[in-house]
Design a binder for this molecule. Structure first.
Ligand SMILES: N[C@@H](CCC(=O)N[C@@H](CS)C(=O)NCC(=O)O)C(=O)O
Length: 207
């Protein structure tokens, strides 16, 4: 059985969506970031960086943090959502990595400087708006030519991007100019596993 330690957040939803898609049995442990539970010694023993999501798998003894590593693990374990054929496999890993290293951190910093930071620093806000526009422009032009992020098939690369786009909508970032990305978002949002995954451990709010 897989134990998932998570909260309602973009990186957490990636894993609840993947587990629901793959229909792998799992036990959900709600780690309340707002209550500082991610900084308690029991959680830091699982992830010394104090961040969700984390899994440990009773079947293999594997403990993992970092959402992209977890998505790769679940895809390998189930043999789904990550193609075997080398070209398609590396295409998927490439876009998954773009999410981890660019899309997620850039939108995350934008949320911080635009919404959460009490001090509104114009240069920081402008910087992360520009970086968001640049990376979402890349995704939008790519999705104009491909139905899914890694090409013709739905994969863990779609799941990783969906988590962040879902939160961006909740906090009302205006991404309406990215019409191909929005069409992709609407298509993915209809999937039953996605609809369930974004309610676990509970639906996110803009707060
Ligand atoms: N690169 C990590 C990022 C994980 C991350 O930042 N998680 C956030 C929630 S989305 C968190 O746990 N934040 C806790 C905190 O900032 O104290 C991943 O992809 O898993």
């Amino acid at each position: 059985m897989i134990n998932l330690y998570t909260d309602s957040s973009p990186n957490g939803f990636k894993i609840t969506i993947a587990l629901e898609e793959l229909k792998l049995p799992y036990r959900l442990h709600h780690v309340r970031i707002s209550a500082g539970e991610n900084l308690q010694p029991e959680f830091l023993a699982l992830n010394p960086h104090g961040r969700i999501p984390v899994i440990n798998d009773d079947d293999t003894g594997v403990t993992l943090f970092e959402s992209a590593a977890i998505l790769l693990y679940l895809a390998e374990k189930s043999g789904r959502l990550l193609p075997q054929e080398p070209k398609a496999r590396w295409e998927t890993i490439k876009w998954l990595q773009l999410n981890s290293s660019s899309v997620g951190p850039i939108i995350g910093q934008r949320v911080h400087f635009e919404i959460f930071s009490e001090e509104k620093i114009p240069t920081a806000i402008e910087r992360y708006r520009c970086l968001t526009d640049s990376v979402l422009g890349v995704l939008d032009r790519h999705l104009a030519l491909h139905p899914y992020i890694a090409g013709n098939d739905y994969s863990i690369a779609d799941i990783s991007h969906f988590g962040w786009m879902h939160i961006a909508r909740i906090i009302d970032f205006d991404f309406s100019q990215y019409q191909h990305m929005n069409a992709w978002f609407t298509r993915i949002a209809r999937r039953p596993a996605v609809r369930k995954g974004i309610t676990l451990p509970e639906p996110a709010t803009g707060a």
